[in-house]
Design a protein around this ligand. Sequence first.
Ligand code: DAH
Length: 336
Amino acid sequence: MKLIENMRKQALEELALAGDAGGLEKWRIHYLGKKGPVQGLMKELKSLPKEDKPVFGQLVNKLKNELKEAHGVAKERLGAAPKSGGDEDLTLPGIPPLIGTRHPITQMMEQMISCMKSLGFEVAEGPEVEDEFHNFNALNIPENHPARSEADNFYLSDNQLLRSQTSTVQIRVMENRKPPLRIIAPGRVYRPDSVDASHHYMFHQIEGLAVDKGLTMQDMKSTLIQFFAGLFGEDLEIRLRPNFFPFTEPSAEVDVACPFCKGKGCSTCQQKGWIEMGGCGMVDPNVFKAVGYDPDVYTGFAFGLGIERMAMRRFGIPDIRYLTENDVRFLSQFPG
Ligand code: DAH
C-alpha cells in the first residue's frame, strides 16, 4: 500500500508540472502505458501472500483510474488556457500596416498642378542640367548680368549649370511647339545659397506660361486669382507690385492676401496681411524672338512661384531644412 501511495504522489506531482500538451502526453505514455511504473506494480503481486493479491490488484486498478481522470482534468485545463503559437485568435482586430505618406512638397505640387489643370494648363518638364542659352540668353538675361555670376550659380562647365530657375522650361517648350499654349512646369532649381532656416541650395518652383493672340495682363491676373482660389479654397485678393525681370515686360511681384488672417495681419504673414508668392509678367518680346515667335502676333504671360515657401506656410513648417532631412518623425506628420 505504501508503494501504491508513493506512486500516486509522484505521478500527481509530475502531472502538475506538465505545462503543455507535449508534456502531458509524455506523462500519459509514462504512467498509463503498458510498460510504465504503474503497470509495473503488478509484478509485486507474485511476492504477496495469496489472500492479499485481490486487494492489491484492486488498489492498483483504482490508482490507474484515478490517474486517468487526473490526466483528463489536466488536459481540459490546458485547453482552456491561452495557447501560444498556431492557434491565434483570428477575430482580434489587426495591427494597421505602416504605409508611407507623400512628401509635403509633393503634396503641394500636386495640388498646384490640379488647380492649373482645371484652368486648361498642361504639365511640362525640362532638364535640371541646363546650358546658358536656356537659363540666360533666351530669357533676355544679358552677358554681363549679375544673375550669371559664378557665385550665384552651380556651373558644371563653361556652358553647363544646374538650372537656377524653372523659367528655362518656357524656352524648351516654345522651341518645340507653336502657340497657343498653356503650360506649368514644377521642378527643382539650384542656387549656391548658404543653408539656414529659410534658405537652401536646392528648392522647387512652379512656372506658368500662356501664349496666344491677344493675351493681356488681365488674363494673367484672373489666372492667378483662380489659381490661388483653387489652392486655398476661397477667393483671395491678390496684389501686383511693379518689379523687374529680364524675361517679362511689364513685370510684377505677386502677393496674395494671407489666407490665415484674410489680410488682417497674423504671425504667418508676419503681420503684413499679404504673402509674397513670386514673380510674374508679360513675356518680353525678346524672349519670343529667341524662340522664333512673332512678338507682333503673339502675347503671353508667365509666372514663377516658390513651392517651399508656400508648403512651409501651409503646413506650419518652421525650418526649410526639415524638408530634405528625410526624418520619418517629421514626414509622417503630413498624411496625404
Ligand atoms: N524666374 C524667376 C525667379 O526665379 C521667377 C519669375 C519671375 C518667373 C517672373 C516668371 C516670371 O515666369 O514671369 O526669381
